[in-house]
Write a protein that binds this ligand. Structure first.
Ligand SMILES: [Zn+2]
Length: 284
């Protein structure tokens, strides 16, 4: 190597380094930019989670924290603190906000839907399914005297709802939640007929009382701890409504912070049913 070429090489190296540092400083990267919405949402969720952990001041290692991913459709048994979020009475105008919040964390929920609502908002039913949530049946009329008027009426409402859901999405759901839950109206004769048709009744063990329209967060958080202590998976009843959607961000942030993982209900999960407490023979 000739002596006079050395300064030229040094200049060339320095020039390249300077160029690269300016290039990086301007935000250019060798990898393609993440333009997909899902990635943007994932980044948002991660930054929220990180911030909330910092604020909590609690000791948490990265091993303990469960970070959901886009493809995460995990079952309850895969997590230390699984939880079921269920939304009744939709779909309706509040559903997109609920879905958007869930998507930030890749959490999965279960929607027990009314047949007329599904007919009114078919695209939302499809969106719920496309985003990996579970769908269940909540009937047609939601009127106590009609639905529980006879075993056959109750069954027919659920089968009609099942058909409409199938027509819209190709999903044949056997998950059912009867209006206002099974107690006191859903007596043994109703139960026997539903069993015959392999419909799986799901009540809940955490009542958010979101239908009252107030702050439901404390209500939920105090109950889920007790339910877990009793060895059950917390199954929270909520409603597909605006006030519920408004506070959902706070609830999901709490769950994330406390290592609860919302998972959807699977057809072969063991259902939560109310204990009778002497009310099962109400109509007998
Ligand atoms: Zn309902």
């Amino acid at each position: 190597m000739k002596k006079k070429s050395l300064p030229i090489i040094i200049l060339a190296v320095l020039g390249t380094l300077l160029f690269l540092s300016i290039y990086n400083a301007m935000g250019f990267q060798a990898q393609p930019a993440q333009t997909h919405d899902e990635n943007a949402v994932a980044e948002l969720a991660t930054s929220q989670v990180t911030r909330s952990e910092d604020e909590s001041g609690e000791e948490q290692t990265s091993e303990e924290f469960v970070q959901m991913t886009e493809d995460d459709h995990g079952r309850a048994e895969e997590y230390d603190h699984p939880i079921h979020l269920t939304f009744d009475d939709g779909p309706n105008a509040a559903t997109p906000a609920i879905l958007n919040e869930l998507k930030k964390y890749y959490y999965k929920a279960t929607f027990f839907m009314l047949e007329p609502q599904m007919k009114q908002y078919p695209d939302l039913v499809k969106r719920i399914v496309n985003e990996g949530h579970a769908v269940g049946l909540h009937g047609v009329t939601h009127v106590v005297d009609t639905f529980y008027g006879s075993e056959e009426v109750a069954l027919q409402e659920m089968l009609d709802t099942q058909d409409t859901l199938y027509d819209l999405t190709g999903v044949k759901s056997t998950l059912v939640r009867t209006p206002y839950g099974s107690i006191p109206y859903f007596t043994d004769s109703f139960r026997a007929l539903f069993d015959e048709h392999e419909l799986k009744l799901w009540d809940w063990n955490v009542d958010s009382e979101d239908w009252k329209g107030g702050d439901y967060l404390n209500n939920v958080t105090t109950q889920i701890k007790k339910v877990e202590e009793n060895g059950q998976i917390p199954t929270i009843v909520m409603h597909d409504k605006e006030k519920t959607a408004d506070q959902l961000s706070d609830l999901l942030n709490y769950l994330s912070k406390h290592e609860f993982t919302p998972v959807k209900i699977y057809e072969d999960d063991e259902p939560i049913n109310f204990k009778c407490n002497d009310r099962c023979s109400y109509r007998n």
